[in-house]
Design a protein around this ligand. Sequence first.
Ligand code: DGL
Length: 215
Amino acid sequence: MKIGVFDSGIGGTSVLEAIKKLLPNEEYYYFADSKNCPYGEKEDDELYRIVKGNVEFLINWGAEIIVIACNTATTRCIEKLREEFKIPFVGTEPAVRLAAKSNANKILVLATPGTIHSERLETLVKENQRQSQVIDLLPCPGLADTIEFNLNKDESKIYKKLKELLNNLPKDYDSIVLGCTHYSLIKPLIQEFFPSAELVDGNESVAKRVKELVK
Ligand code: DGL
């Protein structure tokens, strides 16, 4: 089966790896839209126009399933895409459900401003938060693009950005939700700021859903 995958750059490769583990024999096209990175700081109209272009490109290639390997594009555009296109979409959402059903009492969701301020995230928190469970949300402007343009080149820039965003936060979170696929690429760096927390992302859930669809 032909599976098209896209993100605003390299972030979604973490999702692609998870899918390929479960489905090694499918045909993949990964579209890294780094020209338009970051998605997380764009207005809805502009973001939809960009994302729609990616979808059309992948359909022209022959995609039979499209994986939106991006939390921002999923939380802000997937409903409209499903109205406009017949092709099945699998989206990537912050793994709030996974974190909330664990033993974690204190959870922190890191994501782009676009995802943090989305209705979809608000609903995910409302639907999954247990009584007495704390779920804090932190928008991380500039982090996805810093990773996009510096990973494996100048990691000190990524570390500096993380320090700006995370240094003054409490250290006692049990679980950190990586609500942007770029953040999954720097797990060890994020772990340094929260040594005792479990870091979770939605990549395996996406892979399982793609497998169900393929079967
Ligand atoms: N990797 C994407 C996400 O999961 C997009 C990051 C961005 O371009 O702002 O949200």
